[in-house]
Design a protein around this ligand. Structure first.
Ligand code: ADP
Length: 259
C-alpha cells in the first residue's frame, strides 16, 4: 500500500515520507531493533526507498547494528541530513551522543527528541520510514502513536508468555488510537542446533501466532533464534546484507512482503 500518503492516526506528517511504520514491542530485548533494520532492508529489496528512524531514545542501537558512527551534517542552522548505509537513510539519537551517555529522560523530552528527528531531518523522498520505537507502552509511546501519522504498527514478541502479555498491551495501545496493526512477528522462535540439527524451542513456539489469531491481527512470520543474526548485528552488517541468501534472510524478507 505504499505511495498512499493516507495515514490512519492523526498529527505530525513528515515531509518527504509517504508512509511511517512503527516497529514496537511490549518489552526490551525481544529483537525489535533487529527486526526493524532487517524489515527496512526487506522493503528496500522490494524496490522501495526506505529510511530507518531509531526512536529508542533510551537504548539507541541503530548506530551499532547499521555500522554507522558519524555525526549528521546540519544545514541551514537546524536541519539534519540523514546518514546512509546499505541504501537506507538513517537517523538515531545515538549519532549525536557518546555510546556510554545515560539517557535519563522524561516522557515529554523523549517525545520532543523523536519529533525533532521526524521533522528536522531532511528525509526522503521515502516510500517508507521504519521507526524503531522505544520498548514498552508508556507515555512516550502512546504520545508517539497519537501524534504521528502512522500507516501501521508491527509488533515483535518472543513466543514466551511474559513477552506476549506485554505485546498484547502494545497491540491494545495502537488500537486505542486507531493505528492499524500490520501484524505480529514471532522472534527467537526455534533454535536449530548447528552441531546435531536438533530443534529446540527455547522460548516456546507458536505463542505469538496463536495470540495474533486470537486477537484477529495478521501473523507476519517467525524468525528463528540464530547465532549468525546476533553476530552480524553486533558486527554492524545485518544478516540481510551479510547473508542475503540464507534461510534467515528469507524469513525477514517474507515479513517485509506481508507488511
Ligand atoms: P530490542 O530492540 O527488542 O531491545 P534487539 O534487536 O536489540 O532487541 O535484540 C537483542 C539482542 O538479541 C541483540 O544482541 C540481537 O543481536 C539479538 N537477537 C535479536 N534477534 C535475534 C535472533 N532471531 N537470533 C539471535 N539473536 C537475536
Amino acid at each position: 500500500s505504499h505511495g498512499q500518503a493516507r495515514a490512519a492516526s492523526g498529527g505530525i506528517e513528515v515531509p518527504g515520507v509517504a508512509n511511517i511504520i512503527a516497529v514496537a514491542s511490549g518489552k526490551g530485548g525481544v529483537g525489535k531493533s533487529t527486526v526493524s533494520i532487517n524489515l527496512a532492508l526487506g522493503l528496500r529489496d522490494l524496490g522501495l526507498k526506505v529510511g530507518l528512524l531509531d526512536a529508542d531514545i533510551y537504548g539507541p542501537s541503530v548506530p551499532r547494528i547499521a555500522g554507522v558512527h558519524a555525526k549528521p551534517e546540519v544545514i541551514d542552522g537546524k536541519t539534519m541530513l540523514p546518514l546512509e548505509n546499505f541504501g537506507l537513510q538513517l537517523m538515531s539519537i545515538g549519532f549525536m551522543v557518546e555510546e556510554d551517555t545515560p539517557m535519563i529522560w522524561r516522557g515529554p523530552m523523549v517525545m520532543s527528541a523523536i519529533s525533532q528527528m521526524l521533522r528536522e531531518v531532511k528525509w526522503g523522498p521515502l516510500d517508507v520510514l521504519v521507526v524503531d520505537m522505544p520498548p514498552g507502552t508508556g507515555d512516550a509511546q502512546l504520545t508517539m502513536a497519537q501524534q504521528v501519522s502512522l500507516a501501521g504498527a508491527v509488533i515483535v514478541s518472543t513466543p514466551q508468555d511474559l513477552a506476549l502479555i506485554d505485546a498484547r498491551r502494545g497491540i491494545a495501545m495502537f488500537q486505542r488510537v486507531n493505528v492499524p496493526i500490520l501484524g505480529v512477528v514471532e522472534n527467537m522462535a526455534t533454535f536449530v542446533c548447528p552441531h546435531c540439527g536438533g530443534r529446540s524451542d527455547i522460548f516456546g513456539h507458536g505463542g505469538a501466532r496463536a495470540e495474533a489469531e486470537k486477537l484477529k491481527v495478521p501473523f507476519l512470520g517467525e524468525i528463528p533464534l540464530h547465532m549468525r543474526i546476533r553476530e552480524m548485528s553486533d558486527a554492524g552488517v545485518p544478516i540481510m546484507v551479510s547473508d542475503p541468501d540464507s534461510p534467515q534472510a528469507a524469513d525477514y524478507r517474507a515479513v517485509a512482503e506481508k507488511v
